[in-house]
Design a protein around this ligand. Structure first.
Ligand code: SF4
Length: 715
């Protein structure tokens, strides 16, 4: 038996795994996956998803549930037909060149994924911006953490989570906002449970409209009205100012903008905050006191803040509290956003998103564009703003984007307002789907599918929530004819180069994943995330955090300990943004506030976790959860099928009674798309959700849709 050290491909905790295999070459098969006892994220622990990883790569799954060959659809009405790689690669290059020549580079869009490795991200980014010449490249991470990116940049000056996992064990107060950590980041929650067992004085506050498994564990659960987080944070800040709980010396020495914020929150008294949030004044005061007066306070936050039309403002309102109380830059203190996907951070670092450039640069900054052009050896970078996830599909629905290259994600399941997304995919002249698993909802719209290799077959790197870069290693050969994502991109790019840069040296002359990784590393030199001192060889030895500049003896696991922030003057900024209600409101026609979220045992659209029967043991299918009193008041019946209707579309699912759901609210798991519900002609959960997005972060408001619920009359 052989053991290969790698990284779990599910969530942003980034746990180390040991993949046990028997056999060699094509005969190799995985017989088990264990937690890596030496990995500093998990120290040998794995959650239900990680510990069943081997079941997603059995010979049967690899044979039956994977895409194994490139394939084309001769016409939209015909089934996909297998084709060889050479023909497929050339045909894609020819079609993209033709669309670019006729409609310009911005008629092409790339929609990629936080599941990709950093090397893959770099390859797509260089193809889109350096060769095709468009900033139309965005990632499904837009749905997950772009509000956190903007929050950190506006408040602290750089997109760098300042804390690390060890802070969970060193904190006296954990303020968990919009995160069901127990289910979405299970191994971090185990660390929290263990920390509390040895620190009985530790306070845990959970901010969530729903009484989740995480909220059950809290000393104080703030079950606020959906979308009212800013009213809570501003109310807490008002209380801190009034009670004298702020750190005036820290504010004076290390920040700017406090006077404006103080004026803004003057009217957000605890009673006003209580009115807007539905909480009690005493709860708001208690939370403020623990936040400010605990020796160290660490906030953990995730989709509940990020997936909002005020996502960036929610982030900065929470960071304001840390700055006002001096709860940052010390062990156990700081604002710590958790990433959902395994390499959402790598996408941020490599700039594989419309609003970012490599090395935390800004596509709107001409000097930054010139720096990247020089690094890549291209004449110039495109300066027209790129379209973010929702905007990209809206542009395709209008006929402005003609070709979409989609990699390792399933927009026909995961994007909001599915009716619009599907219209966009149908209208595109060319939809390329690069994917490992067969049968996703998006595959039905693809003109060509490119089989990608996946976890246990790929080499590269990912970065987890605490800025730690880990190696991903191959334990098996690629299934069928599947190939590494960066390699698929390279092969198409080289054919496009032959037409656009004849006779010039290739920009994509890579034979190993280390080569694109080195290009990525070079783009970080001198930047806040500098990894100029790292090499693949060092990552072979152990996972490492950034920054790690050349000559450094080690990483900085905690940032801003000297009180010097990343803004040019070294001062953090208080951001004064008022509370705004959600983009759409409940009304008599749509009286319930719907939120969606993760289950413990499933992952995203279930293309991988859905191959494991035992992960359905707890939740075999989707159900709409409502409070029993709401069910009774509306004449509904738990267990019956109900039609959930939003302003965008309907969904039919069973109804479940759940006392953890608030009054006039409803909750749905996010995982079921049309491929699982298609028998009823449904678009999946996101038929209901809305595309309204945060003006700063462009992240859609997946956590709020106004809906009605009625019993389905059976024939
Ligand atoms: Fe994998 Fe996340 Fe579970 Fe760790 S916590 S084993 S990274 S799914």
């Amino acid at each position: 038996m052989r053991s290969t050290r790698s990284t779990c491909p599910y969530c942003g905790v980034g746990c180390g795994v040991l993949i046990d295999t028997v056999g060699e070459g094509e005969a190799a098969r995985i017989v088990g996956v264990r937690g890596d006892p030496d990995h500093p994220a998990n120290f040998g622990r794995l959650c239900t998803k990680g510990s069943t990883l081997h079941l997603t790569a059995t010979p049967l799954v690899r044979q039956r549930q994977r895409l194994l060959q490139p394939a084309w659809r001769p016409t939209r009405d015909e089934p996909l037909q297998a084709q060889d790689w050479d023909t497929t690669t050339q045909r894609i290059a020819d079609q993209l060149l033709a669309i670019r020549a006729e409609h310009g580079p911005d008629a092409i869009g790339f929609y990629i994924s936080g599941q990709l490795l950093t090397e893959d991200y770099h390859a797509f980014n260089k193809l889109a911006r350096g060769l095709v010449g468009t900033n139309n490249i965005d990632s499904n991470s837009r749905l997950c953490m772009s509000s956190a990116v903007v929050g950190y940049k506006q408040s602290l000056g750089a997109d760098a989570p300042p804390a690390c996992y060890e802070d969970l064990e060193q904190s006296d107060c954990l303020f968990i906002a919009g995160s069901n950590t127990a289910w979405a980041h299970p191994i971090l929650f185990r660390r929290i449970e263990a920390a509390r067992a040895v620190r009985p004085g530790m306070k845990i506050v959970v901010v969530d409209p729903r009484r989740t498994e995480t909220a059950e564990f809290a000393d104080l659960h703030l079950a606020l009205k959906p979308g009212s987080d800013i009213a809570l944070f501003h109310g807490m800040l008002h209380a801190c100012i009034w009670e004298g709980w702020i750190d005036a010396a820290f504010i004076e020495r290390h920040t700017a903008g406090f006077a404006e914020l103080k004026a803004l929150v003057r009217t957000m008294t605890p009673s006003e905050s209580a009115r807007l949030t539905g909480l009690k004044e005493a709860q708001i005061l208690q939370a403020a006191q623990w936040f400010a007066q605990s020796p160290s306070t660490l906030s953990l936050y995730c989709m509940g803040l990020n997936q909002s039309s005020s996502g960036a403002a929610k982030n900065t309102a929470l960071i304001n509290l840390h700055l006002a109380t001096g709860q940052i830059g010390r062990a156990g203190a700081g604002p710590f956003s958790l990433t959902g996907q395994p390499n959402a951070m790598g996408g941020r670092e490599s700039g594989g998103m419309a609003t970012l450039l490599p090395g935390h640069r800004d596509p709107g900054n001409a000097a930054h564009r010139d720096e990247v052009a020089a690094l890549w050896g291209v004449g110039a970078m495109p300066d027209k703003p790129g379209k973010t996830a929702v905007e990209l599909f809206q542009a395709a629905a209008r006929g402005e984007v003609k070709a979409l290259w989609i990699a390792c994600t399933n927009p026909a399941q995961s994007l909001p307002d599915q009716a619009l997304v599907r219209a966009a995919l149908e209208r595109c002249e060319l939809v390329i789907l690069q994917e490992a698993f067969a049968g996703t909802a998006t595959a039905a719209f693809a003109d060509v599918v490119l089989p990608a290799s996946t976890w246990a077959e790929k080499e590269g790197t990912v970065t987890n929530s605490e800025r730690r870069i880990s190696r991903v290693r191959a334990a098996l050969p690629p299934a069928g004819e599947s190939r590494a994502d960066w390699r698929i991109v390279r092969d198409v790019a080289q054919r496009i180069e032959a037409a656009l840069r004849p006779g010039e040296p290739s920009l994509f002359a890579w034979e190993t994943p280390e080569q694109p990784w080195i290009e990525h590393r070079e783009a970080t030199r001198g930047r806040d995330l500098d990894i100029g001192g790292l090499s693949y060889a060092m990552l072979e030895e152990a996972p490492r955090q950034w920054p790690w500049p050349a000559g450094a003896a080690g990483a900085k696991s905690r940032l801003y300990e000297d009180g010097h922030f990343a803004h040019a003057d070294g001062r953090a900024r208080f951001i004064a943004k008022p509370f705004k209600p959600t983009a759409e409101m409940q009304d008599p026609k749509y009286p319930l506030a719907l939120s969606t979220g993760r289950l413990r045992d499933q992952w995203h659209g279930m293309s991988r976790s859905g191959t494991v029967a035992r992960l359905f043991a707890g939740e075999p299918g989707p159900a709409l959860s409502m409070h029993p009193q709401d069910i009774a008041r509306r004449g509904l019946t738990a267990g019956a099928l109900v039609r959930v209707q939003s302003r965008r579309g309907p969904l039919i699912v069973p109804l479940r009674a759940d006392e953890g759901v608030g009054a006039q609210q409803a909750w749905l798991p996010m995982h079921w798309g049309s491929e699982f519900l298609g028998g009823r002609g449904q678009f999946g959960i996101n038929a209901l959700t809305q595309p309204a997005f945060c003006p700063d972060a462009r992240q859609p408001e997946l956590k709020f849709a106004a809906v009605s619920v009625e019993t389905v009359a059976l024939p």
